[in-house]
Design a protein around this ligand. Structure first.
Ligand code: ADP
Ligand code: TRP
Length: 335
């Protein structure tokens, strides 16, 4: 009996944003960690996983070469510090596998422009400026190629990426219909159930709102960030409602069930203020992040070692990519 192939999971991580200083906590934020990194790393037990740094995607908005280069290192070190083991997960940089552009073109030739015109990200960009660049227009095609190039079965994504994944699926089905079943694997989305992490102001924690908490911020700065969370002004001695309060909602995500229940009880009993709750929240977060922070600083300080990790990943990724592109080229008649 032939052994069944383990399912493959693939996802892309965009190295966007300004150049971030490792000493103040790097470019990843606490929302990224709870919303994307932790859930993605939980999947590596169940799937053969491929995680890549989507630097060509970042180029649709990034104009600072130094920041782009720097962010690639930062994410490589950051994900590894959070527990990504490059022996277990294939970690690579998108731009190291240029076969992705061959597939992008082949996919472009079977995509109706109308489908790209309906893209949420493109329409959003259009509403903000007159003429978004063609990279933004073609972004979903490059993303579809990222996915189909690696024969992956599932793509863990947040709700904002659903439409992109639908296009990738559509194109896979169309390619197989035109050129024969098995030309590419049709991927399934794996929709994230991770919570949306709020910032101190109650809005989604996001670089675009300037309310992020750098994931590897030094302890003192981290504490300051958590102390900034808004809360109501119920006096210290009065009972307080945990449900719906920002500090408690976040505590629930990071603490154990017992710890969360204890906070509910303490708030309900009175004599325990939001300042205490914030301190408990900070303690819980800091206990989890302190070892990651240490590891991040070590990894981030050794760029040649990070280069080696990415070079090794690129080599292994290219083997898969070349196999797929060979099959697709032959199918379309370019061989
Ligand atoms: P930002 O909004 O700060 O620019 P990104 O778009 O770079 O963040 O997000 C990278 C990943 O982290 C995405 O998968 C996204 O869904 C996730 N993410 C970002 N912010 C949050 C948040 N506040 N809560 C949960 N997940 C988040
Ligand atoms: N578009 C994704 C984002 O904005 C990043 C990405 C690029 C991606 N290629 C991908 C995600 C392939 C999943 C699969 O976050």
């Amino acid at each position: 009996m032939t052994e069944q192939r383990r399912k493959v999971s693939l996802t892309g991580i965009k190295p966007t944003g300004e150049k971030a200083d490792p000493a103040t906590g790097g470019s990843m934020h606490f929302g990224n960690y709870l919303g994307a990194v932790r859930p993605a790393l939980a999947l590596v037990e169940r799937f053969d996983s491929l995680y890549f740094i989507a630097d060509y995607h970042a180029l649709t908005t990034q104009r600072d070469p130094e920041a782009l280069r720097d962010n690639v290192y930062d994410l490589t070190a950051g994900w590894m510090a959070c527990g990504l083991d490059p022996q277990q997960t294939l970690l690579y940089r998108q731009s190291d596998v240029i076969e992705v552009f061959e597939l992008t073109w082949i996919l472009a030739c079977i995509t109706a422009t109308g489908q790209l015109e309906r893209g949420h990200a493109y329409k959003d960009a259009q509403s903000k400026r007159d003429s978004p660049n063609a990279g933004i227009f073609n972004y979903p095609l490059l993303m579809a190629a990222d996915i189909l190039l690696y024969d992956c079965d599932v793509v863990p994504i947040g709700a904002d990426q659903k439409q992109h994944l639908e296009l990738a699926r559509d194109l896979a089905i169309r390619l197989n219909h035109l050129y024969g079943d098995g030309t590419v694997v049709v991927p399934e989305p794996l929709l994230s159930e991770a919570p949306v992490v709020p910032g101190h102001d109650g809005r989604k924690m996001s670089k675009s709102y300037g309310n992020t908490i750098p994931l590897f911020a030094p302890e003192k700065a981290l504490r300051k960030h958590f102390m900034k969370f808004t809360s109501d002004s119920t006096p210290l001695e009065e009972p307080k409602q945990a449900e719906g309060a920002l500090v408690y909602e976040l505590y629930k995500v990071v603490a154990s069930e017992d710890q969360a229940r204890a906070m509910v009880d303490k708030l309900a009993a009175g004599g325990y203020g939001w300042g205490h709750a914030k301190q408990d929240l900070f303690d819980a977060v800091n206990a989890q992040l302190a070892p990651l922070r240490e590891r991040y600083l070590e990894l981030r300080a050794d760029e040649p070692a990070l280069d080696r990790v990415l070079a090794d990943g690129a080599e292994r990724a290219r083997v898969i990519a070349q196999r797929t592109i060979g099959r697709v080229r032959a199918a379309v008649g370019i061989d």
